[in-house]
Ligand binder design. Structure first.
Ligand code: NAG
Ligand code: NAG
Ligand code: NAG
Ligand code: NAG
Length: 353
């Protein structure tokens, strides 16, 4: 009897231990959607040369100095978030897959893409969601509906987009009055809401959405002003959109059962960095590291462009993309930051919830 009881106890204990271990070791999946801020190489597979960065000096600080198709000198925000949640590898680029059995997630992001279909020279967000739907279909065939739903509900869905849509509509900002800008923002926000809703309907329950930041402070735009200042009108548009995205997330969560989210207020994350760069380790926030001419922003980071040696001190890698150092900082704040920067909870809290 006694022996039997202790056997049962041991069995119960080991079952409990197994469950605990399973919960703690649960390797999460991360699904990534968006633009060049989180692309890990999808654009390498597009026809033509548009929107490609799979050549040196891009990736010069990536392991092996490899130009992977990331728009950076090294890792990007998607990579740092994957590391934070304990993945051994950043989720692979969807277009690089040879099998759809990707248990730790997939990255659908494509440089140059956005919310609007007009950004379809690369893989627009709508198309990325189509691709995700295909993946979930085959996962359901393999694992069944219930297991797939459970798996997706525990996964993180990271979305970083919007900046490219501003250029589609607001190339001639001066020609638009306030009413028109609000109408455009309303349209953009509505489209984005439909897309996030679609992700929810396909099974996403933990959404991480990055707001747009000071796009008018990119070297490309600073270069167009006499003293290298930011284009404040463009920043204002970005702030409007970002605020609207936070409101839409709040609305979406209040009508979507089981949906939690983290809104990353990238604009607020960047504000102190731009006003007090040295405090964050940056000595150069106006010039691109890689490029040519004024502010190193007259050309993109081409194979024959020059690049700086102090990549830890530069905010911008090329004329529109951040350095690895800047992306690390953003990921850090997004993951661990306080409510000033991430609401209603940070990514760590979302992930552990
Ligand atoms: C964008 O394209 C998708 C098809 O990929 C279509 O369903 C949708 O209606 C289009 N959206 C707009 C605003 O044209
Ligand atoms: C891109 O979208 C436009 C409509 O916005 C459509 O006319 C065009 O065929 C699309 N191009 C591709 C490559 O899908
Ligand atoms: C904004 O521009 C549109 C189109 O030109 C015009 O119809 C509208 O009256 C303008 N609104 C204001 C407030 O100026
Ligand atoms: C790089 O080479 C191309 C043509 O080979 C030229 O048009 C471009 O100006 C060069 N760029 C730089 C930064 O030297």
């Amino acid at each position: 009897m006694g022996r039997m009881r202790s056997f049962l106890l041991a069995a119960a204990l080991s079952a409990t231990l197994f469950l605990l271990t399973a919960a703690n070791d649960r390797t999460p999946a991360v699904y990534v959607f968006g633009d060049s801020s989180v692309d890990v190489g999808n654009n390498n597979y597009l026809p033509g040369n548009l929107g490609k960065v799979n050549f040196r000096p891009n990736g010069i600080d990536y392991p092996g100095g490899k130009p992977t198709g990331r728009f950076s000198n090294g890792y990007n925000v998607a990579d740092f978030l994957a590391m934070k949640v304990g993945l051994k590898k950043s989720p692979p680029a969807y277009l690089s897959l040879t099998s759809d059995a990707q248990m730790h997630g997939v990255n659908f992001a494509s440089g140059g893409s956005g919310i609007l279909n007009a950004t379809n020279f690369s893989v627009s967000l709508n198309k990325q969601i189509d691709y995700f739907e295909r993946i979930t279909h085959s996962q359901k065939t393999r694992l069944g509906d219930a297991a797939t739903s459970l798996f997706l509900s525990q996964s993180l869905f990271v979305v970083s987009t919007g900046s490219n849509d501003f250029s589609v509509f607001l190339g001639n900002l001066q020609l638009l009055n306030g009413t028109q800008i609000h109408e455009i923002m309303g349209f953009l926000t509505q489209q984005f809401k439909n897309q996030l809703k679609m992700l929810y309907e396909l099974g996403a329950r933990k959404l991480v959405v990055f707001g747009t930041s000071q796009v008018g402070c990119a070297p490309l735009l600073r270069r167009t002003t006499p003293s290298g200042d930011c284009i404040e009108e463009l920043n204002e548009v970005s702030r409007l959109f970002s605020n609207a995205v936070e409101v839409l997330l709040h609305d979406l969560a209040s009508t979507s059962k089981g949906l939690s989210y983290t809104f990353v207020d990238s604009y607020r994350v960047m504000a102190p960095v731009l006003s007090n760069p040295s405090k964050y380790g940056f000595s150069e926030i106006k010039s691109a590291c890689c490029g040519s001419g004024t502010l190193n922003a007259e050309s993109a980071c081409t194979p024959n462009a020059t690049y700086c040696s102090s990549r830890l001190g530069h905010l911008f890698w090329d004329r529109t993309h951040l350095t690895e150092a800047a992306q690390r900082l953003i990921a850090e704040v997004a993951y661990h930051g306080g409510r000033e920067f991430v609401r209603p909870m940070n990514i760590q809290q979302l992930y552990e919830s």
